[in-house]
Design a protein. Structure first.
Length: 375
């Protein structure tokens, strides 16, 4: 693995940086035709857009100074106009015997975000952030506690993937194939609250090289608290990405508390939108359910969930709660978790318990809280 240019932590980075602002434009914000137009306007030859795109998406080279087949002048121009530095690594850490790798980045305005690379025997997954912070305020999620700083740009999202794809390609994930294959929008932020930029990031990640990274749409998962209009819009995009819905409770009383956006769109509405997504895309929806001890793990809630999902194109992903600092909640006991799974399966609903990765490095679900980490 390459050695990384680690910068020291600054005290109170977000406040010190002043107002959050969107970053300068980057190659990954544009499709190939737009890159061509931009470079032609700068007097560059027609092949330049493809050449630079091949470096970035094909060879995972993010640093223009390493693009040695570019004339020096073109390199300077491209650095300035097409490849500004978006992510500065602040800290990287590994756990799970080298199979999980977390990166904390500083963005151009001082905002901090995190991404996690997870290796499995048959695949490598990146969990990306789509916003700095999150405005959804789910009380059990560390990111939700600090509120929203700003949306990430398309390129800030894509660059997390390209950076970590290179870490994987360099053998950075123990016991896994070197090629990054899966991306989950389950890091910081609510992806559907940053709809346009997330959609463009999906398109870029899936476009064949040199336009994009060439990932399979079926290997991407977008996770949402349940923003119903955006879910319906996504269903109409003619994509085959997986939709994950963070349900966490089958009843409105509890979901109003655990996922506050439920006060706007109720369980019945959000499930309707999920079934529309499944119908239109043919993709099974993943129902995310954090198992919280004595809060949402009762047998009657398993039965109610089973009734809501039976016969639908759904799969339940149970996530043992990762306790976050200051939280009054804990994970369910294992026998309770097993009984929950048993009841769902008895109702004919496929259910699995998610493998918890990255706990020791605060990189597990709901533990990403970069601002708190750095201050
Ligand atoms: N905003 C999106 C995506 C980010 S979170 C969403 O809510 O779906 C990805 C998943 O981790 C969500 O299902 C979220 O509810 C879950 N999660 C958040 N905090 C958690 C915690 N402390 N323990 C377990 N899962 C958590």
């Amino acid at each position: 693995m390459r050695s990384l240019p680690l910068t020291p932590l600054r005290p109170v980075p977000t406040e010190a940086a002043g107002r959050p602002t969107m970053p300068p434009r980057h190659l990954a914000d544009l499709d190939l035709a737009e890159r061509r137009t931009l470079l032609a306007g700068l007097g560059q030859p027609a092949f330049r857009a493809k050449q630079v795109s091949n470096h970035y998406f094909g060879r995972l080279v993010r640093d223009p100074s390493a693009m040695t087949d570019l004339p020096a002048l073109a390199r300077d121009l491209i650095t300035e106009r097409l490849l500004p530095t978006l992510l500065t690594p602040v800290r990287e850490s590994s756990c799970d015997a080298g199979a999980t790798h977390k990166a904390l980045w500083r963005l151009h305005d001082g905002s901090l975000v995190e991404s996690v690379l997870m290796g499995y025997p048959d695949r490598v997954t990146v969990c990306v952030s789509s916003q700095a912070g999150c405005g959804m305020a789910c009380p059990f999620c560390a990111t939700g506690q600090a509120g929203l700083t700003r949306n990430l740009s398309t390129a800030e999202i894509v660059d997390q993937v390209v950076y970590l794809a290179r870490v994987a390609a360099g053998g950075g994930v123990t016991g896994s194939p070197p090629r990054l294959s899966h991306v989950v929008f389950m890091g910081m932020g609510e992806p559907l609250a940053n709809y346009g930029r997330v959609l463009a990031a999906i398109r870029r990640l899936c476009a064949p090289p040199p336009e994009g990274l060439g990932l399979s749409q079926r290997h991407l998962t977008v996770s949402t608290v349940g923003l119903v209009p955006a879910m319906r819009r996504l269903a109409g995009e003619d994509l085959s990405v997986t939709l994950a819905l963070s349900l966490h409770a089958p009843d409105d009383d509890l979901r109003d508390e655990l996922v506050p956006v439920n006060q706007r769109w109720k369980v019945a509405e959000v499930l309707d939108a999920a079934w529309e997504y499944a119908d239109r895309t043919g993709r099974r929806v993943s129902i995310e359910y954090a198992m919280i001890r004595d809060v949402n793990d009762q047998p009657w809630r398993a039965d109610l969930l089973g009734r809501l999902l039976a016969g639908r194109m759904a799969h339940v992903n149970l996530i043992p709660l990762n306790p976050t600092p200051g939280s009054r909640w804990d994970a369910s006991a294992k026998p309770v978790e097993r009984e929950f799974v048993r009841r769902l399966r008895a109702a004919g609903v496929p259910a699995t318990v998610r493998d918890t990765r990255g706990r020791e490095i605060d990189g597990a679900c709901g533990q990403l809280a970069a601002a708190a980490v750095a201050t």
